[in-house]
Design a protein around this ligand. Sequence first.
Ligand code: ADP
Length: 223
Amino acid sequence: MSATIRIQRVSKRYRSTRVLDGLDLEVEPGVTGLLGPNGAGKTTLMRALATVMAPDSGTVELLGRNTGLEGDRTEIRRRLGYVPQETGIHDDFTAFEFVDYLAILKELTDRRARHDEVRRVLDVVGLSDLRHKKLRRLSGGMRRRVVIAQALLDRPELLVLDEPTAGLDPEQRLRFRETLSSVGAGATVVLSTHQTTDISALCQRVVVIGAGEVHFDGTTGEL
Ligand code: ADP
């Protein structure tokens, strides 16, 4: 299988802090978990994978395209779903309005098809019944699921999920496993988590990073 993600010698620093240090990584289709202590650089790496952060040096190729080139970035973003760690979401929107708004930004222009797609992704995360509730009236776990729903719009080939299960209760965690199994078999999913149970339940492969480098890369059994 060809790699969806090809990272070569990627470095990133914030002032005196070296966050990523010549990191190399290739990721194929399937679900890959990213583990590491706080401050290891997981979020920084996920932001590079979502094309929201450009590394200081090195290359990040996604879906056969180079994130360093503007035209390629646009093409990648069309085929990418992203759940950021921190989301400032529009409290006055209902769940439906919020996901629909992101679907418009995602260039789903046909209104009827778009609304069908918004209903589909809200159903996948189990929020159909609550879709007309304002976000500020939803619990933290429900809001997290709304953010997960928008990442599933238009069936992305690459899904970048930064701590998607943070704030979910045990039942919602189980449900998230079903959510992931609804993603197409050919898709590439990278998720970061603090929960080793997430890794064993969800991931075929696990990558452990520490001090900006890959410390372990293998199957969950090997870990
Ligand atoms: P993790 O997600 O593994 O906890 P992060 O990628 O969030 O790690 O952070 C790695 C290091 O980079 C931390 O020391 C953090 O303080 C620093 N860092 C991350 N983002 C910024 C930023 N925008 N400005 C300054 N320092 C940052």
